[in-house]
Design a protein around this ligand. Sequence first.
Ligand code: DON
Length: 554
Amino acid sequence: MRQWNLVCFFLIFVFSLQAEEVPPGAAIVSAHPMATRAGFEILEAGGNAFDAAVAVSAVLAVVEPYSSGLGGGGFWLLHRARDGHEVMIDGREIAPLAAHRDMYLDSKGKVVPGLSVDGPLAAGIPGEPAALAHIGKKYGRLPLSRSLAPAIRAALEGFPVTPHYQKMADFRLRALRASPAAARVFLLDNKVPPVGHVIRQPDLARTLEALARQGRKGFYQGAVAKRLVAQTRKAGGIWHSADLAGYKVIERKPVTGRYRGYRITSAAPPSSGGITLLTMLNVLEGFELDRLSVARRTHFIVEAMRRAYRDRAEYLGDPGFVTIPQTTLTSKAYAEQLRDSIDPDEATRSEDLKPVATSGSGFHTTHFSILDKQGNRVAATLSVNYPFGSGFMPEGTGVLLNDEMDDFSAKPGVPNVYGLIGAEANAIAPGKRMLSSMSPTFVESANRLAIIGTPGGSRIITMVLLGTLDVTAGQSALDIVMARRFHHQYLPDAIQFEKGAFDEDTLAELQLMGHRLNPLDGTYGNMQLVLWDKNKKRLTAATDPRGEGQAAVQ
Ligand code: DON
């Protein structure tokens, strides 16, 4: 009998090892129809979700130049169905070797406006090309030449300008005009091009071809690298060839935790996403959110946001440079302490929390989610930071450089373009990765799987939080991406919210509790969500109606 039990146990064990449930189809959702289509093209050519992720990333790099690109970086969260292997591919930019902590300060120690945002000095060393080569080679089935083909085609044949493109280009007109190569590609006679005008990028096609032919060497060494360095330096940048040659992709263990029966898998540092998300979820687990009035529910969520963002400012940075108290910050015990400090009736003032020790909009940046028929998954958030990054394109490369250096804390306590403050942990240092908010995430139970993420700067993590709460409350994919949003980031001490997020009574109640309210003029975020309801065997995908994306299930 005992032997029989053992055999049964062994069989169940082997079965559970192999038999991850397979989805009823494949789903891809991204911020641009051409990228979603490219993903399916690669799946149909025999690629898996990881090959499709390479194709989608590369096409987005071409058709959404204001969001991400070869000159930028990102985080790709992967789940391999065969063995359940989960990993975060860290293709975040790094500070050039010649960077130093005070490089954006003037002689009086004040931050020089614009220096970390516009032009070549704002650019970190790109990580996306290395990440794509790494993902293709280690996890894909197809050669890079196949998975990059749709992007090369898109660069040569072009893509049409949309109203959204116009808005982004208009916002960054000055920075684009300052770079002759960027202005030639992205503007028409130095002006924002009309809707329908086709943007072709032959130089970028050549750079992509070099990557397709030679893998990472095609970008980080040889002719492309030479040009990138020479042109960047000529325009006042500080890059060296050693910066490019030395760039390394890092495979990181994702941050994981549990929330009310759901397993949460999210971005590891140098993203602040996973840790901040888990701190908030752990705090909120102690409240019966579904049973509360909207005002009280919002109050508790905001108080969780306030506390988690305070910790983000103090403790988080590149784990290669600082020691992060990750176990504490993501523990249930720590969350209980934070929860105990919340007054159920009254807003805490951020200035009354322990100050951050300073000893020392959401349509740019892009997210996509993929699930293939085998159950492989990718959640990826990619960025050049500000719309069109630094606006600077080294001549002859087609590569628009990021301005991710602004995600460092240029000076302790001085906010960056997203109003985020930071401390020593996120100070600039050569070769260091700047702290990010990008939070590609899996939310999973026995019955439901969500692959979720969004752009939105500092608001990314709170959007993923609200999305996660909605997933666990059983809402539909469309309802989740459509939901009106609110955000609190410790400082400034105010609830930012989209119009329509709260009714008048709720606003009055929140105000009575002492919350400062900051209604936003526009909307924010561009969430892309794949949702698989395993019980109902239903696979859906939804793209944020605020953007121009496309969701498809096949
Ligand atoms: O890594 C970060 O957190 C930022 N560079 C992301 C920027 C962003 O999402 C802009 N979107 N609106």
